[in-house]
Design a protein around this ligand. Structure first.
Ligand code: COA
Ligand code: AMP
Length: 635
């Protein structure tokens, strides 16, 4: 193994507080910490207690003051609208200050929440940074979620303001946001006092007097008035944002990110884990609605003084499977981070990699993949076509930056296909059986992280310390439960195999089958249901719903199934990618009434399965096999 990785990881293990205190020197603090780590604060301790800072200052003002005023900070590249716009650090700062002034006029101040429901436009990043400048807590909601999901988040975060746009754009269709936003505000108990709306030329939003503000004219007015808004000093332990992620029920978990530890972790990761230097161009091809967008489109690259790309498009179809190479070549990208599904999509359209040959990728050094399991054939295809290292790494919304990786900045270790690398400093990874006993190397079990979690990880869930403890800390005392199953091999490489809960991963998007079941069960003709994730060649997994209809329902089954699909799209959103429903006579259950989802998944995936000893009636599995076969699913 690379001596540098061993050396750095051992240094962290020997003295974690010293390690993070040294890493924290790369950040500008208004006040230094009293204690690097306080174990008795919060749910498992707090990092950089007593320190004060501002995240926007570190991302923008400091860069401008340090000589990067004219360096490009953000490139908005939108093949879907045919536009490219570059913002220097000074220009981005001016945009952020102006929007912060607009927010201030709406009464937004330190600690207030602001929901950002926006497509992939530069203003989404500006909105995040403007909140950070004021010490307000942003909560970005992915544009592919429907009104009901937005309403749940509005009620939990209780935002003073919402920043939105008139529409999102998906290939071949516009998504007007007004009905979604109005629908959400109608459904929610909490009502925001103002909505700041970015009008896009593709679709108009009818502003509601007294509540809605036109983003562009308000920002221009703030600029014309020469408004100055200073960075508001916050505690290192204050929340920067809340990002909702799927839990096991329809109620998402509000992952909290603090300010100080988060900056330290991101800054460290940019150089050491991604091997990117200040001034270089880094591209996180994700969405600001996901954690990758927060960490590696907005905060990580900017805090590091790099140039970041905000891409509004798809890996294929905007306009073709060469888009990624065009962006890399046009902007001089040194490292790209995306989900394996994007590469499976490209490989399907351009198996020979003909588009790769058309572009100058001379500056491009490495591809990073995460968000779902990177299947070895996809990695090998990418390596082969790009002739560059392809680095799988594993982390979660909760951790905010990689837990395990092949650390590019410390010198690459040999690649093991199917493994997202070795533990990063901060993470002491263990594999335990269900009773909490350590398992030998190579044995599959529960992947857990020894407490305390390092800087940058969630300190808790928004207003839900008890749910945090119950979800992550209680099952394996002394450890954080990742809810992933996997093993560590003899060389210390981690292998992540599956989730241990009912979360599925569809095209790199984390979705709750429990949440989908709650919606399917709302259909008046459905008596019982189960939703599972089955293998999908492109998206990794895709949801499959089983429904049992109420006795006496005589309507056409295919119409009911279509209604169920429409219901999930309407309530959760298109991102659920819920398109398959199979009506069955009964659900397979254990004698104690637990639905045998695991066995159903194996049947649907045509994997070997054993008759569960506790099954209530074995004949049901034959019925399901037959129903799936009729649909061409399974064997
Ligand atoms: N707003 C509205 N709708 C959205 C949306 C958004 N921001 N993002 C996705 N959707 C819609 C899609 O249009 C699609 O709708 P459809 O059912 O009418 O076709 C649906 O949600 C499902 O989206 P997705 O699962 O992404 O499938 P896709 O066929 O549109 O695209 C990929 C497939 C592989 C090209 C796409 O998932 C992709 O680019 N993935 C890259 C990885 C990534 O971004 N991962 C995020 C975490 S790193
Ligand atoms: P999210 O919180 O949306 O980032 O999803 C986190 C989950 O995605 C993890 O708990 C894993 O189940 C899965 N995941 C992320 N990265 C990887 C990876 N490199 N390999 C396998 N699974 C991954």
């Amino acid at each position: 193994m690379s001596p540098r990785y061993q050396e750095v990881y051992s240094a962290w293990k020997a003295d974690p507080e010293d390690f993070w205190a040294k890493a924290a020197e790369a950040i500008s603090w208004t006040r230094k910490w009293d204690k690097v780590f306080e174990p008795n604060a919060g749910t498992y301790g707090h990092w950089f207690v007593g320190a004060e800072c501002n995240v926007c200052y570190n991302a923008l003002d400091r860069q401008v003051a340090g000589g990067r005023a004219n360096q490009v900070a953000l490139i908005y590249d939108s093949p879907i609208t045919g536009s490219i716009k570059r913002f220097s650090y000074a220009e981005l700062l001016a945009e952020v200050v102006a929007l912060a002034a607009v927010l201030q006029d709406q009464g937004v101040s330190k600690g207030d929440r602001v929901i950002i429901y926006m497509p992939m436009v530069a203003e989404a990043a500006v909105a995040m940074l403007a909140c950070a400048r004021l010490g307000a807590v942003h909560s970005v909601v992915f544009g592919g979620f429907a009104a009901r999901e937005l309403a749940t988040r509005i009620d939990d975060a209780k935002p003073k303001a919402i920043i939105t746009a008139s529409c999102g754009i998906e290939p071949g269709r516009l998504i007007p946001y007004q009905p979604l936003l109005e629908g959400a505000i109608e459904q929610s108990t909490h009502k925001p006092s103002s909505c700041i709306v970015l009008q896009r030329p593709q679709h108009a939003y009818e502003l509601r007097q007294g509540r809605d503000i036109d983003y562009r004219s308000a920002v221009e007015a703030a600029k014309a008035a020469g408004r100055k808004v200073d960075c508001v000093t916050v505690k290192a332990t204050d929340p920067l944002y809340v990002l909702y992620t799927s839990g096991t029920t329809g109620q998402p978990k509000g992952v909290v990110r603090d300010c100080g530890g988060h900056m330290v972790a991101l800054e460290w990761s940019m150089e050491n884990e991604f091997g990117v230097k200040p001034g270089e161009v880094f591209w996180g091809a994700s969405d600001v609605g996901w954690v990758v967008g927060h960490s590696y489109i907005v905060y990580g690259p900017l805090i590091h003084g790099a140039t970041s790309i905000l891409f509004e498009g798809k890996p294929v179809g905007t306009p073709d499977a060469g888009t990624f190479w065009r962006v890399i070549s046009e902007h001089g990208v040194v490292a790209l981070f995306t989900a394996p599904t994007a590469f499976r999509a490209i490989k399907k359209e351009d198996p020979q990699g003909e588009f790769v040959k058309k572009y100058d990728l001379s500056k491009f050094r490495m591809l990073f993949l995460a968000g779902e399991r990177a299947d070895p054939p996809t990695i090998q295809w990418a390596e082969n076509k790009l002739k560059r290292p392809v680095i799988d790494h594993w982390w979660q919304t909760e951790t905010g930056s990689p837990v395990s990786q092949n650390p590019a900045g410390l010198g690459l270790l040999p690649v093991k296909y199917g493994s997202p690398g070795v533990a990063m400093p901060g993470y002491d990874i263990h594999v335990l059986d269900d009773a909490g006993h350590e398992l030998p190397r190579g044995t599959l079990g529960n992947v857990v992280i020894k407490l305390p979690l390092p800087p940058g990880c969630l300190p808790t869930l928004w207003n839900a310390d008890d749910r945090f403890r119950e979800a992550y800390l209680e099952e394996f005392p002394g450890y954080y439960k990742t809810a992933d199953a996997g093993y560590v091999d003899e060389d210390g490489y981690l292998f992540i195999m599956a989730r241990t809960d009912d979360i599925i991963n569809v095209a790199g998007h984390r979705l709750s089958t429990g949440g989908m079941e709650e919606v399917v069960a709302m259909h008046p003709d459905v008596a019982e249901c189960a939703v599972i994730g089955i293998a999908d060649a492109m998206k990794g997994q895709t949801p499959l719903g089983f429904v049992v209809l109420n006795a006496g329902v005589s309507r056409d089954v295919s119409i009911i199934e279509r209604e169920v699909v429409a219901l999930v799209r309407d309530k959760i959103g298109p991102v659920a990618a819920f398109k398959m429903v199979v009506t069955i006579k009964r659900l397979p259950k254990t004698r104690s009434g637990k639905i045998l989802r695991g066995t159903m998944q194996k049947i649907a995936d045509n994997e070997p399965w054993k008759m569960p000893a506790t099954i209530d009636d074995p004949a049901i599995l034959d019925e399901i096999t037959a129903s799936l076969k009729e649909r061409g699913i399974g064997g």
